[in-house]
Design a protein around this ligand. Structure first.
Ligand code: FE
Ligand code: FE
Length: 208
């Protein structure tokens, strides 16, 4: 190995020796598929761009959900998670830097759909109602579950590719998404669903 800088790791070492004989070609191809520049690394970079787009979109969507929430408890949860989400964006930028790649976002259709669903909930539930909070919690948990699935997979792939420093960073975010999901469940269990039920009972009384 010559005095290679870190960037050289990403270049295939194809110039060793002369033209490979036909018999050794498959072995060479096999070796190349084991290199970190193979399809798994490509997929990993794509998935990072996807979650980077998603996190950036959430820094704009969460404040809207905060403004629409009924209870102070849920408003605070959204406010806290907006701050964490900004941290997630910076962490991903650190990950791109560690990998020697520019931070690039690629539109995530799934997250765009989940955010749209949240917007529809705001439009279709009465302002100041507990029903709105119950529905917003479900929307927010769908977002967290998408993130948990994404980061969970990314941590495993980072480890497979030998990027343990990157895996550690992504795992921090994964833990925070899991904590957020649990916190939302607690809010729903402790107050919202119960109150939403009461609200429905009142509505039924009003109708009768
Ligand atoms: Fe996040
Ligand atoms: Fe999150």
């Amino acid at each position: 190995m010559a005095k290679a800088n870190e960037k050289d790791i990403n270049q295939p070492k194809a110039t060793e020796g002369k033209e490979p004989a036909t018999a050794t070609k498959s072995a060479a191809a096999e070796q190349q598929s084991m290199d970190s520049t193979g399809p798994l690394e490509d997929f990993f970079m794509d998935a990072l761009k996807d979650i980077y787009w998603a996190e950036k979109a959430l820094t704009e969507a969460l404040p809207k959900m905060q403004a629409a929430a009924t209870t102070e408890e849920l408003q605070e949860a959204f406010e806290d998670h907006t701050l964490l989400t900004q941290k997630h964006v910076s962490r991903l930028e650190k990950v791109f830097k560690l990998l020697g790649k520019p931070a690039e976002a690629k539109k995530c259709d799934a997250m765009q759909g989940l955010i749209k669903e949240g917007e529809k909930i705001i439009e279709s539930t009465p302002e100041g109602s507990m029903t709105r909070d119950a529905a917003l919690i479900i929307a927010a948990q769908k977002v967290e579950h998408y993130e948990i699935a994404s980061y969970g997979g990314l941590v495993q792939i980072a480890l497979t590719l030998g990027h343990s420093d990157v895996a550690d960073i992504l795992d921090k975010t994964l833990q925070e998404e899991e904590d957020t999901d649990m916190n939302l469940t607690e809010i729903a269990e402790n107050s919202i669903n119960f109150a939403a039920q009461e609200e429905t009972a009142e509505d039924i009384e009003d109708i009768m």
